[in-house]
Design a protein around this ligand. Structure first.
Ligand code: GLU
Length: 313
C-alpha cells in the first residue's frame, strides 16, 4: 500500500453542473466537520473540467450555499480549468515512463467487447483492445483520423484500502483513461494531482465515489505521491431509492429557504439524519463541531423525505 499523507487537511470538490442538493450539502458539512474538528485546513476546489456540463452561475451559487450553512474554507477556491499545466505535467511524467498507451476505441466498441459485470460496470470496464497495438496498427488508426485517449497500463487487477467509515474496501482497476480523446484530463487523474498538490490528508466524499478510489490509489503509486486517507460518507437518496434529484421535490437549499426554512433548520435536518440533533432542532455549523463523533455516523444512506427527519441512534 502507499505511504499515507500526514494530517487531516480536507476539501470539498463540487462540480458546478447544477445546484447542490441537501445530499451534496450534507457531504460538504461532513467534510468540513472531519477537517475542522481535527483543527485542520479545509479547502474548496471547483471541478469544472467537463466544459460541456458546466453551467454558468453554478460555481457562485454553490459557494454561496456553503457560506449560508456556515462552512468556511482556507485560501480562495481553485478551479481545475485553471490548472491544466499541472495535469499535463503529470500525464507527461507517466507517459515518459511508458505507463500510458493510446486508445482509439469508441464507447460503443468497448461496450460491445465487454464481458461479465464486475465492480467497474461491464460497459465501462476496458477490455484492453489497444494495449498491444503494433506501431503499424497505431499508425493506421491515426491515419483514420481517430483522436486517441490515453490509458494507464495497469498491472494490478484490484486494489484494497482502508476506509475510515466503511472499513476495508477492495475494488477493481482496469486500464482506465487518464486523458480523454478530446484532450481533457480525466477526473481520476485531475483529482489525484490536485489532492496531492493541495496537501489533502483525508478525502471525505460521497459513497458513490468509492469505486473510483482503487484507480486513484494506483495513480498515487504510479506518480510516486503519498496517498491520503479516505472516508466515503453515505448518500441521501430520493424516496424511490435513486440518487436525489430535482424531481424529488424541494431538495436544494434555495428550495428549502423558499419554503420558509432558514439555514439553521436545514443544518438541523442534516445533522438529525446523522444522529447529531433532535428532530426540529436548529443548529449552527459551529454547534455541530463539539458534537461531532465520526464513530457514531450512520453507514447507510438516508432516504430523503420532505417530512422532519427521524433521529438516528
Ligand atoms: N467533483 C466530484 C463530484 O462532484 C467529487 C470528486 C471528489 O470528491 O473526489 O462528484
Amino acid at each position: 500500500m502507499n505511504d499515507l499523507a500526514t494530517g487531516s487537511d480536507g476539501r470539498f470538490a463540487p462540480s458546478p453542473t447544477g445546484p447542490l442538493h441537501v445530499g451534496n450539502l450534507r457531504t460538504a458539512l461532513l467534510a468540513w466537520l472531519f477537517a475542522r474538528s481535527a483543527g485542520a485546513r479545509f479547502l474548496v476546489r471547483v471541478e469544472d473540467l467537463d466544459r460541456s456540463r458546466v453551467r454558468p452561475g453554478m460555481e457562485a451559487a454553490q459557494l454561496a450555499d456553503l457560506r449560508s450553512l456556515g462552512l468556511d474554507w482556507d485560501d480562495p477556491p481553485v478551479r481545475q480549468s485553471e490548472r491544466m499545466a499541472l495535469y499535463e505535467d503529470a500525464i507527461a511524467r507517466l507517459d515518459g515512463e511508458g505507463l500510458l498507451y493510446p486508445c482509439y476505441c469508441t464507447r460503443a466498441e468497448i461496450r460491445a467487447a465487454a464481458s461479465a459485470p464486475h465492480g467497474i460496470s461491464a460497459a465501462d470496464r476496458y477490455p484492453g483492445t489497444c494495449r498491444g497495438l503494433t506501431v503499424r496498427e497505431r499508425a493506421e488508426r491515426e491515419a483514420a483520423g481517430r483522436p486517441p485517449a490515453l490509458r494507464a497500463r495497469t498491472e494490478e487487477s484490484s486494489i484494497a484500502f482502508e476506509d475510515r467509515l466503511l472499513g476495508r474496501q477492495e475494488g477493481e482497476v482496469d486500464d482506465f483513461v487518464v486523458r480523454r480523446n478530446d484532450g481533457a484530463p480525466a477526473y481520476q487523474l485531475a483529482v489525484v494531482v490536485d489532492d496531492a498538490a493541495q496537501g489533502i490528508g483525508e478525502v471525505v466524499r460521497g459513497a458513490d465515489l468509492v469505486d473510483s478510489t482503487p484507480r486513484q490509489l494506483l495513480l498515487y503509486r504510479l506518480l510516486g505521491l503519498p496517498a491520503p486517507g479516505y472516508v466515503h460518507v453515505p448518500l441521501v437518496l430520493g424516496p424511490d431509492g435513486q440518487r436525489l434529484a430535482k424531481r424529488h421535490g424541494a431538495v436544494t437549499l434555495s428550495d428549502r429557504l423558499a419554503q420558509g426554512e432558514d439555514p439553521e433548520e436545514v443544518l438541523g435536518w442534516m445533522a438529525c439524519t446523522l444522529g447529531m440533533t433532535e428532530p426540529g432542532e436548529r443548529v449552527t455549523s459551529h454547534d455541530l463541531l463539539s458534537r461531532f463523533d465520526p464513530e457514531r455516523l450512520p453507514r447507510e444512506p438516508t432516504v430523503w423525505s420532505p417530512e422532519p427527519a427521524e433521529p438516528v441512534n
